[in-house]
Design a protein around this ligand. Sequence first.
Ligand code: CA
Length: 222
Amino acid sequence: MRILIAEDEPIVANNIANILRSAGYAPDIAADGEEAWFKGSTETYAAIILDLGLPKLDGISVLHKWRAEGINTPVVVLSARGTWSERVEGIDSGADDYLPKPFQMQELLARLRAVLRRVGGQAQSVIDAGKLQIDLRSRMITVDGVLANLTSLEFRLVHFLMLQKGRVVSHSELSENLYDHDHDRDANAIEAIVSRLRRKLGPGIIQNKRGFGYFIASADVL
Ligand code: CA
């Protein structure tokens, strides 16, 4: 799942990227407001972490521009000065959550999970689809209660399909969400991961709509 980090301090940006990567996300960094706006407008991200104090174009202006363009990607705003007026300004500009600096990485992860769940229409950190269950906090996937041993990339693919469950996700949308910006995107690679997942999870979990893409059916259909 691709996450954009708009943060001009390289140490902070890299720390966040490392934490996100180890949590199974595919982070992408923008070091100023113009780059952040451009990437957020032209690339597909599951969520954006946006520092307000950015060079070239400040975070609030970036957020205004995205929302005016109809870009509804969930945004968690970071700010060095955690005053209530900034918080209000951020939320009024269309931020989905707000985190004052300095913050704990675990709190950032929790808030990110929360905005992703809201987008996926899920209220808890456990998502069910019939026999399949994914626990976002422990990052465990079970089928009929049996733990599946998945790689980080496999987990990301199932996680993404679960957030969109019931909807067919195209190959290109999947690879855009699975890989970092620079990664060589290859439809065959997605097919290879899906066939490995089918062996690990059993038949009927990840379904194929020929010529369109993959989906995980909602519980009522399974
Ligand atoms: Ca900054």
